[in-house]
Ligand binder design. Sequence first.
Ligand code: GAL
Length: 716
Amino acid sequence: MPRRLLSLLMLINLYSGLAVTAQPTDFRWESVAPGVWKAIVGQPDRITPLAVAGITPRIDRLKSLGEPAFPNALAGSSHQLVDGKTYLRFPLQKEEQLFGLGLNFKTVQQRGQIKTLHVDHYNGKDNGRTHAPVPFYVSSLGYGVLINSARYITVYAGTAVRTDSPNLPPEKDRNTQRDWSAQPYSDAVEILIPASGSDVYVFAGRTPMEVVQRYNLYNGGGVLPPKWGLGFTHRTPTLFSDKQILAEVADFEARGYPLSFVGLEPGWQSRSYPNSFVWDSTRFPKPQQFLDTLKQKEIRANLWINPYVSSHSPIFKDILPYTGSHMVWVGRVPDFTFPKAQALYKQLFTQQHLSIGISGYKVDEVDGYDHWLWPDVATFPSGIPAEQMRQIYGLQFQKMTDTWFRERNQRTYGLVRGSNAGASALPYVIYNDYYDHHDFITALCTSSFIGVLWTPEARSSKTSEEWLRRMQSVCFSPMAMLNAWADGTKPWTFADVAQDVKEVMQLRMQLLPYLYTTFAQYHFDGKPPIRAMHLVDGFSAVSQTTEGRLNSTDNPYAMAATKDLNDQFMLGDYMLVAPMFAGQSKRTVWLPAGKWYDFYTGQLVGEAQLIEISPGLSRIPLFVKDGGIIPMLPPRLHTPNKQETLSLTVRHYGTQEASWSLYDDDGETYDYERGVFTWTPLTVKRDRQGKLVGSWSRPRTPNFHYSSINWQFMTP
Ligand code: GAL
């Protein structure tokens, strides 16, 4: 190339203002909150997940976590423009493990995997196509990286080897060396963003949990559902009428099965797939009366929708100018980046649903599959490319509806099938049609790294054993849901396990004070309610991979994957849940450091070890940490309302003195965001004789709903 042309090109490069260069360049990290840094690389897109989620960082709470230094482990990270795309490179240390990178269903540990993060219905493979392909990973070394981009990002999570790597794996001869590996050691996470730039964030933490806390707090703190949202929910068959639903509700009551909200599936509408969003007058002649009757029984109602508009909908004509080039089930696809499109929905939904007492939505089909949704060639009137629309559509719908409920000072808690980064504070739980029980539990674990909630719903089962096992798992998840839309299965359908199902549903209701406090920790401290074991203090992720054959010049990933702990998790601070699956009569459980006790008997089961259990069919195995404090309600059929005051039983497990704060507020409004709440320490200490004694001081505010405590010392 002639020298003059070369200098001209260099000059253009210099003055183009782009921070992304053809050469690897260091990031320019700027502190944006305590323990959180941001770098702007190149020219980021206008649409980003965090902007769509409309996050409000909880600076006060982030401050209380401390102000750590920028993570050393990320020294030497770089970015570069390659082929008009953005290439990011972050170093990896030997034995470092990675978590996150979307809602995965097979493995918790992500090192050694390649993903193209793409909003989709989960397809049976952890390849990045999932309901919440959150571009965020957490390292066992205590930092997290978020790519705030709504593109189909490809992540090589420690798979490739560069010629200039400082940690080159030795070349081996497959003919003669038995330890030859198809996946030689890789020392970097490499990321390709098909765009000329992106915002990138780094979150620090002494532990992976602290990283997750910062991520959630930066996104506004985790959602605190209304109390009724934590009860039991039953979704009724799709063509049920108001009378049939009321009969079903009465049946739950008569048989003694708890219920807090019902779900109405597509048949509540006059047209669906595409949707009118108005009530079907034959099945629901008087919706207001129907909802009032439910409310008198302390039952809320949730409406199924997908966003695609039928020509029979009252908003059809007005929304047309704000819809995309392609249809979904011959329904129009609104471009919600237009305030006018949002306003049309708000008006209709308020008039038809919110103003008469609907408590929330199930937002279906905002994820995929490809052959149903708009293709990537679709165009939208705002000019936002189809790819980005796909990545943010579910997130934007969550944000829009969340705003409507907030304006009414009424908490909601619904379901959604598509989400992305920044969703921590949004009142939605992800679900799908995939229906593999074991993989549903893995999704509970993986959801805990990326600021989303997941429900392993039960629909139907081949055997009563499977039904019971699924219902047990459901009761230990963020939304305890029976989705009978197609099969009409009832909790009592399998007569031989009907009593066991009832008991686990009752246990769910009894645990409400523990669950509610656990969600308050999500909101105020950023600690997810369901926690993968790798987020637990005293659980050593490292010992899992160093034990046995781990030579980091060999394949370090095989070990991590085979030892992957994806079938047990913590619910809150104290409860370890180890679900059983149909056909299983025994299983192993990893117990973190400290002593662990059986939830039902209070007996010691082990300490920092792998145990094998054969618990029988009737109960889900639950273990409690030494010093565990579990507040419980008397069994009840509905979640308590804000006028009720109840007596508590507080269980203590093990031999340690302990103190744990119980959270309470009105359970329905957003007043807690304005300071109307209480944290009440529950304390267990030994008296002079060495006997454990519980104490507390009852707050005298109308928003505290417990009048007395019966202390129960479970471990003799
Ligand atoms: C599916 C959804 C189900 C059910 C059904 C109704 O897409 O995942 O839970 O709502 O639609 O048609």
